[in-house]
Ligand binder design. Structure first.
Ligand code: 6CS
Length: 312
């Protein structure tokens, strides 16, 4: 059989590197083939999710930034400062977390999706047209966010005017000044040339970009145990691969941005400067509970416990 697998990035970006490793493993260990569909070949993130739910695609990589519209609890990844920025801690967390490997599995299953892995893509940085030193600098800034209600709340609490948009509209939106800021991991700022249409990079430490790879559940449930094992093993090998691949990646890609555009400013906010973002987190967390009730509260608590358990 040929299995179709779509993702939200280019082949050479993090999701693409994960997908290529997954494909290589599945093809080496079974007689199935995997056809990869990078960003832009089948539409936006929301489109590939629809296709995966309809069974037109067997695999889809979608970030909670978009899945939050479908599975409200997945918005938990946008509570500021919940996730650490330390990559080794994160690598242990996604691998061992009960919230991810059990609780979220059930929530995705309710939407016809077999969650295979969640994995990190790096600390997110804001890129803007004007410098950002504190929340006040975001006043009146139309800041693009993924289409996720809690992320909208987050940027409201940060003092900006959040503007949810699919990825395909971001470069043009910045170019035409419809928006004046956006956030993404460093590698993505370089690979998508976002530095061409913004002038300042700011690290507030408020989040790490989380993404998820899943299968259509009917398809997955219909497979032999042997094929299911091939898929689980491939997802695990690709996970370790993507963690190793990302070591030093942000620093490397930041150097490339500076080379391409020497006048780009790069600011890491001090503890004092980031205080207003930290303060906003409590408000966003309360919003999350308001939106998701007991089920969201339980998953948030489980995540906090899992983060503490994997801290060292
Ligand atoms: O901001 C976004 O929409 C995109 N960011 C990343 C890092 N991956 C895919 C996603 O569509």
């Amino acid at each position: 059989d040929t299995w179709r697998y779509a993702f939200e990035e280019a082949l050479t970006e993090v999701q693409g590197v994960y997908a290529q490793k997954f494909k290589e493993e599945v093809e080496a260990n079974s007689d199935h083939e995997i056809q990869l569909f990078p960003f832009g070949t089948l539409g936006e993130s929301a489109d590939i999710m629809e296709q995966a739910q309809a069974g037109i695609l067997q695999f889809v990589n979608q970030s909670p930034g978009f899945t939050g519209a479908l599975i409200p609890e997945a918005q938990v990844f946008f509570v500021p400062y919940l996730l650490p920025t330390d990559q080794e801690h994160l690598a242990r967390f996604y691998k061992q977390s009960k919230a991810i490997n059990e609780d979220f599995q059930d929530l995705y299953a309710n939407q016809g999706l077999e969650l295979l892995k969640m994995y990190p893509e790096g600390e997110v940085a804001m890129t803007t047209k004007e410098p950002v030193k504190t929340c006040e600098d975001l006043n009146e800034v139309k800041f693009r966010v993924m289409t996720n209600p809690l992320l909208v709340e987050s940027y409201k609490a940060f003092g900006a005017t959040p503007t949810p948009l699919p990825w395909g509209e971001v470069y043009g939106g910045l170019q035409t000044n419809i928006i004046q800021g956006q956030e993404n991991p460093t590698f993505f700022l370089y690979s998508t040339k976002i530095y061409e249409v913004t002038d300042h990079i700011t690290y507030t430490g408020h989040n790490n970009f989380t993404t998820a790879i899943m299968a259509n559940k009917n398809f997955y449930d219909g497979l032999s145990e042997e094929d299911q094992k091939v898929i689980q093993d491939a997802a695990a090998v690709a996970y370790d691969h993507i963690v190793t691949y990302q070591k030093g990646l942000a620093e490397q890609e930041l150097a490339k941005i500076k080379e391409a555009k020497p006048e780009m400013t790069v600011t890491v906010l001090s503890e004092e400067e980031r205080q207003c973002f930290v303060d906003a987190a409590a408000e966003v967390e309360a919003k999350f509970i308001e939106m998701t009730g007991d089920s969201g509260k339980a998953i948030l608590e489980q995540m906090k416990a899992d983060l503490a358990a994997t801290a060292e």
